[in-house]
Design a protein around this ligand. Structure first.
Ligand code: HEC
Length: 137
């Protein structure tokens, strides 16, 4: 009997909370379901959040880890390894412009154009090449 009373009490308090929780859920769903046109005040928060995510995803380190790391971490197919001064020295001698061009256009036979980062701009690739060469300077 005592257990039943406790159960009833517990259910009672759950019911008491149902109101505010439901309101909160409705408010959350409403936020997601809202139609927000670009340029409207309600859209700016989301756009700012997207822009933040974008720049993180396109940071030189993030691009390196996503696209270049596959070959350049282990030295696959003769790719100069990140941080390996001996392997990078003859490449650094070519000058940064040549290295940028190799990053953007690829270098036969092993280095694919843009290191297979298809959403990378030329500037993104230059920044990653800077990141890679900084590891040996
Ligand atoms: C599929 C493997 C692979 C991926 C992915 C890859 N590379 Fe390479 N990379 C190579 C190989 C192999 C070489 C050496 C090419 C050679 O000298 O024949 C190389 C060489 C380079 C060089 C030196 C070029 C030169 O002129 O000496 C740079 C710079 C470079 N990669 C940048 C990048 C960047 C930046 C990324 C990612 C956006 C990337 N690579 C992704 C395989 C790869």
């Amino acid at each position: 009997m005592k257990n039943l009373m406790l159960l009833a009490l517990a259910m009672g308090s759950m019911l008491a909370f149902a109101g505010p929780i439901e309101d909160e859920i409705v408010a959350r769903i409403h936020k997601i379901g809202d139609v927000c046109l670009v340029g409207e005040a309600c859209a700016s928060g989301q756009l700012a959040a997207d822009a933040g995510a974008q720049s993180d995803a396109q940071s030189p380190e993030a691009i390196y880890n996503r696209s270049c790391n596959t070959c350049h971490e282990m030295g696959i197919a003769g790719a100069p390894k990140l941080g390996d001064i001996d392997q990078w020295a003859p490449r650094l001698d070519k000058g940064m412009d040549v290295l940028y061009a190799s990053g953007i256009n690829g270098l036969a036979p092993g280095m694919p154009a843009r290191g297979m980062c298809f959403d990378c701009s030329d500037d993104d690739i230059r920044a990653v090449v800077d990141y890679m060469t900084a590891s040996v300077q």
